[in-house]
Design a protein around this ligand. Structure first.
Ligand SMILES: [Zn+2]
Length: 178
């Protein structure tokens, strides 16, 4: 198990369509373990394999008390509409309202290679959709109007110029309460 570097906006792997997993073997399980570690270190609620430089269809979620891996995930049903602020570990410090279906039905394999089906809504549904987008090379900023996206990206590039295209997440110390 290991914490991996996270790829940041500008890294080409974030724009790649990730490849299907043929067999859920120990190598895939090791990838899933690293992704859980990396997501926790970065205090994220979701992470896709592209974000650690691996263009394969694997993502992990830890949102609203639900923690799971999804391999070759597919959304087979969606309904409703909801607009909420979103961010991304690969675009640090950038946030914007994104409209998405409020509820989705997910089908995927888990890290044991078993088929799972989940009917989820609200934050978990949003996180799943955000991570599935990553596996198709899509980022949350692509859901914004061209003008909003342009503003956000130009501001972001200004604030983050000369920064490397990968970043090592550093777990935050638990805050001391007075
Ligand atoms: Zn993201």
């Amino acid at each position: 198990m290991a914490i991996r570097d996270i790829h940041i906006l500008g890294s080409p792997v974030l724009r790649q369509r990730a490849e299907e997993i043929d067999v859920v073997n120990d190598e895939v399980r090791a990838l899933v373990d690293d992704m859980f570690d990396t997501m926790a270190a970065a205090s994220g609620i979701g992470l896709a394999a592209n974000q650690i430089g691996v263009a394969r269809r694997v993502a992990v979620i830890n949102a609203d008390g639900q923690t799971f891996a999804m391999i070759n995930p597919r959304i087979v049903e969606s309904s409703g509409r909801d607009s909420k602020e979103e961010g991304c570990l690969s675009i640090p410090d950038a946030f914007a309202e994104v409209a998405r279906p409020e509820r989705v039905v997910l089908e995927a394999l888990n890290e044991s290679g078993e088929a799972i089906r989940m009917d989820v809504s609200a934050l978990v549904a949003r996180a799943i959709q955000h991570e599935l987008d990553h596996l198709d090379g899509i980022l949350f900023i692509d859901h914004l109007s061209p003008l909003k996206r342009q503003l956000l990206v130009s501001r972001w590039k200004k604030d983050h110029r000369n920064e490397p295209l990968t970043r090592t997440p550093v777990p935050e110390e638990p805050e001391e309460r007075e």
